[in-house]
Design a binder for this molecule. Structure first.
Ligand code: 5GP
Ligand code: MG
Length: 185
């Protein structure tokens, strides 16, 4: 279609191709099947970025499970690092449930650490965390996810659910945008 804008033109580098993402999701799925396949776990996707990963992941899990989403972010505050803000809570009672928290990327680690802590306090039977991407260089706390897909360098990435200014979530790969696009917003 002439004149149609392509998102590909905004991408400087494709860091992780679709096949590599699929392989990472497959290997996490294998481990989850071993660990929670008999527990009727509740998968909790962290909005919004985890939705593509979660959708791909659950469709290769061949055991009973449930899915919810939670809106959570941690805001930076010099006195209380990683204070958690819940803007959309899970609807079901999680007491006694086996939880698998699914997020797109672990960066400083504050969000996931605070979220897991909060869910444990609600008397979940077990809480596991699962992250597609991991930027170990950026970690500010000693939290590590139980299941990690792919470690990446300290770059701001988009695609496969991850956004920049709410755009680019629909890219089928994970990539880095052209630098001028990060500066403009
Ligand atoms: P943390 O609390 O670990 O620093 O923050 C993790 C959250 O920050 C992720 O769930 C994600 O929403 C956002 N984030 C961190 N790094 C990136 C990145 O490279 N790209 C995008 N789109 N979001 C990121
Ligand atoms: Mg997030």
């Amino acid at each position: 279609m002439p004149g149609k804008r392509s998102l590909r033109d905004d991408v400087e580098t494709v860091l992780i191709a679709p096949e590599e993402l699929t392989a990472a999701v497959d290997s996490i799925a294998l481990r989850l099947t071993e660990d929670v396949g008999d527990l009727n776990p509740l998968f909790i996707g962290v909005q919004i970025g985890a939705f593509v990963f979660l959708a791909d992941l659950i469709r290769i899990l061949d055991f009973p499970l449930e899915v919810e989403f939670i809106g959570a972010s941690s805001y930076r505050d010099k006195t209380v690092p990683g204070k958690l803000e819940i803007n959309n809570d899970v609807a079901s009672d999680i007491a006694g449930r086996h939880l698998v928290v699914v997020d797109d990327i672990i960066d400083t680690g504050h969000t996931l650490q605070a979220l897991i802590q909060m869910l444990r306090k609600r008397n979940a039977a077990s809480v596991r965390s699962c992250c597609l991407l991991d930027k170990p260089e950026r970690r500010e706390c000693d939290y590590e996810a139980d299941y990690v897909g792919i470690q990446i360098p300290d770059r701001f990435v988009v695609g496969y659910g991850l956004d920049h200014a709410e755009q680019y979530r629909n890219l089928p790969y994970v990539g880095v945008l052209r630098p001028e696009l990060y500066n403009s917003t």
